[in-house]
Design a protein. Sequence first.
Length: 527
Amino acid sequence: MSRELTEQEQLRHQHLDALREAGVDPFPAEEWPVTDNAAEIFDTYDDALHDPEGDGTKPFSVRIAGRMMTKRVMGKAAFFHLADESGRIQIYVRRDDLPEDFYNTVFKKLLDTGDLVGVEGEVFRTKMGEVSVRAEKFKLLAKSLKPLPVEKEIVDEETGEKRIFNEVTDPEFRYRQRYADLALHPEVRDVFKKRARIVTAIRRFLDERSYTEVETPALQPLYGGAAARPFTTHHNALDMGLFLRIADELYLKRLIVGGFEGVYEIAKDFRNEGLSRFHNPEFTMLELYVAYRDYDWMMGLVEEMLEAVVTELHGSTEVKVGGESISFSSPFKRIPLLEAIKEKTGHDLYMKSRDEIAEAAKALHLEVDDTMGVGKLIDEIFGEFVEPHLIQPTFITDYPVELSPLAKRHREKEGLTERFELICNGKEICNAFSELNDPIDQRSRFEEQVRLARDGDDEAVNTIDEDYLRALEYGMPPTAGMGMGIDRLTMLLTNQDSIRDVILFPLLRPEGVGLEDEAAESSASDG
């Protein structure tokens, strides 16, 4: 059953029928090759060269296309703004410049704001000083049957304060109808263009170092490489259960075993976790693995890469985020995890038992239950008392073994691993290890994860990946590995408060439920 049309939509459907009766195809098949855009026209137009009212000028003819906005009809002439990807430009339409009766019958009466049109004509400057295009050829390219939201002025009855309201300023509307958001807000499109530039800059940086970009399975018979709950599915033909990957790590390290010395993947991962400003169940990760390197070397590479990416995006290494100025000039500060906790809480947790760490957590007024092992307890303390205060880029290093089932044991510090996380503006941006390549140690770590899963930790991996262990038994060289969240990095570099503002189509509850409950949910995983 089709939905009931609004009054405005009914009028547009009437215009659609009238256009067809007038012999105008509202959705024509033929192309309209575009040779110019609004921004280029503004950059190129020169009064001395192109003003058609002057002597000895060179006509500046253009062919553009876009949405018709702010239509104003004044008798035998009209103005409207045409919006394309680059911006907006004014179009001047005269009755006598168009085919006989087209202006009165079609343009004035049957075309609506939001319609996609093509215009060809000369550029000039109006008496009001606005660079415009005089339409000499005009074609309807696609009829808009639903009006875009319009701005409304709302007056507070108590204070008399006036503010402009637009339906697309409502977050729920923006995320559910991203197409309308993008159509009306070029600044939103700019965020996603910057996201694309960030990914391109990262890819160029890695390609220039001869690392090979690869693709690994998104559907996996076993999941691993992170602490997270997976999405499950079923393959009918093979009659087998499968998981959407939570990380690319174990497949990429199989490639290092196979002889690749530097591989990376920029891909979607999926984690069946809560929704929040920093978590979306489907997200984009960069993972990089380089043979014969360690985590200390990887810290230097991350510094170099981020410095290059930020400079390319902003022209300097400084980024404004909220009220903070964040510098990505290397070197970044480095501090061991347990030292950072001791500095903020006064509790020295190094080589302490699970019960001693649990007592420290309780003393800090954190909730503790029997399913929480050493790793989770330390992670909770760090997340509550340290992480939110790390604004400038900071490497937190040397994580306990219990928190790092895939990292090599520290060469000097018992009970710790060679792992770091880069924290910036209070959130993890990347996670990296000297990768564990001892298959016997790896098996024991996997077995501990299985034990934690049986004890109730729903983010611990509950199955041992025997094929990965077999790969390690063939021999994996010393390797540095790193994973970086593209969504969070984009949030940081474009000054966005929510991960939904950097994902074109974020996952949402069904319409009508709203977003507040989603935003209130948090994830136990910070991946």
